[in-house]
Design a protein around this ligand. Structure first.
Ligand SMILES: NC(=O)c1ccc[n+]([C@@H]2O[C@H](COP(=O)([O-])OP(=O)(O)OC[C@H]3O[C@@H](n4cnc5c(N)ncnc54)[C@H](O)[C@@H]3O)[C@@H](O)[C@H]2O)c1
Ligand SMILES: [Zn+2]
Length: 352
């Protein structure tokens, strides 16, 4: 088992190994004495996963309740949040009890936010069941739901008590869900871990899942521990995301987040090479590793569509925007550029 320690203000461990779901009860009992637990999941998460988590928790002496909400981004909202809070109160969960978020990023973000505000905050455990949740959303303590005005517009920083990541669940994911998370794995490699990048390049994701997830979590953990509340360095995690979000938007969300980020990373790399900042050898290696993960590398949109989307980026601050620029495999830096220069970067990114 790999144990990655996340050194945030309230520190915690991420446990990574095949088969951990059936041991989650005893693993959670190491960090929290037996109590009442509400397992939160959505109806797209295979039912047997919640049943197995429940059995393991009961065997370890926990009292278990389960609540399931409707899958999909449109249900990551205040209505679901309110339903969860009322459900916790009806059990009732007390300060000494626990929420277990079992699912992808939507479950983790929504259940985590509910745990952060119920009784002014009760502990929660993440059991990620998608690759994206395992390598990204379950670590770092950002929780949120969407508002009508946009994604993740209300939430809290609320670190989990523990993250239990069963790589056997991830190895069985359908190809499209795996590809979505794989884009983030390539991102971590490109921005700070050349050995991780090589593993992704070799198409080793399914065969070396534990090592790859552990490297991603370690990378995210290091960055988050230095900038827990997202005021600076955490922006490195946005590599490929400014243009990636613009691509997702231009496709009216026909392209997934991972597909947008994959193309976004190619564009920013191409632009950095044209500007003499990045080693030209990075581009063919990046496109090969994305292809190995069934991710796209060609941008179907033009300069204006990308610029419109990128200018709506949340990270824009007044007249400047922070770009995450790759310099080499395993090295990226933050570059603050005036907004007027963004169109030039996009132009360079689009030129093959
Ligand atoms: N908190 C953070 O730091 C952070 C970081 C990145 C993304 N996010 C958020 O994460 C969300 C996306 O997460 P996601 O990609 O995991 O999406 P998701 O949670 O919607 O999961 C995708 C789909 O897969 C289903 N699913 C879950 N586990 C499965 C399994 N084992 N087998 C088959 N199907 C399964 C889900 O029910 C859902 O329908 C977004 O809302 C995004 O804003 C948060
Ligand atoms: Zn992402």
């Amino acid at each position: 088992m790999q144990t990655i320690h996340i050194a945030t203000g309230k520190p915690y461990d991420v446990l990574i190994k095949s088969g951990l779901l059936d041991q989650c009860g005893q693993l959670i009992a190491r960090v929290h004495s037996p109590c009442t637990v509400a397992i939160v999941t959505d109806n797209g998460v295979p039912v047997h996963l919640a049943d197995r988590a429940e059995a393991s928790l009961k065997a370890a002496g926990f009292q278990v309740h389960k609540v399931v909400f409707e899958q999909g981004e449109t249900h990551k909202n205040l209505t679901t949040l309110s339903m969860l809070l009322e459900y916790f109160a009806s059990i009732p969960l007390t300060r000494g009890d626990l929420v277990v978020a079992l699912g992808g990023g939507i479950v983790g973000d929504t259940a985590g936010f509910a745990a952060s505000c119920y009784l002014r905050g009760i502990p929660f455990v993440q059991i990620p069941t998608t690759l994206l949740a395992a390598v990204d959303s379950s670590v770092g303590g950002k929780t949120a739901v969407n508002l009508q005005a946009g994604k993740n517009l209300t939430g809290a920083f609320w670190q989990p008590l523990l993250v239990v990541c069963d790589t056997d669940i991830l190895a069985r994911l359908p190809e499209d869900l795996l590809a979505d998370g794989a884009a983030e794995c390539v991102k971590y490699g490109l921005l700070g871990d050349a050995e991780l990048f090589e593993l992704m390049e070799r198409g080793a994701l399914r065969s070396q899942m534990e090592d790859i997830v552990a490297r991603c979590v370690a990378m995210k953990g290091r960055i988050v521990a230095q900038d827990e509340h997202d005021t600076g360095g955490r922006q490195l995690l946005n590599l490929g995301h400014t243009l990636g979000h613009a691509i997702e938007r231009a496709s009216r969300f026909g392209l997934t987040h991972g597909q947008g980020v994959a193309i976004g990373m190619v564009l920013i790399t191409q632009a950095a090479i044209r500007r003499g900042l990045c080693d030209a050898a990075v581009l063919p290696r990046l496109t090969e590793s994305l292809k190995a993960c069934n991710l796209p590398t060609q941008c179907p949109y033009g300069q204006q569509e990308l610029l419109d989307g990128a200018l709506r980026d949340k990270k824009r601050q007044g007249g400047t925007i922070t770009l995450v620029v790759p310099y080499a495999i395993g090295e990226a830096k933050l570059l603050s550029v005036p907004v007027e220069e963004l169109s030039g970067w996009i132009d360079d990114g689009l030129k093959a």
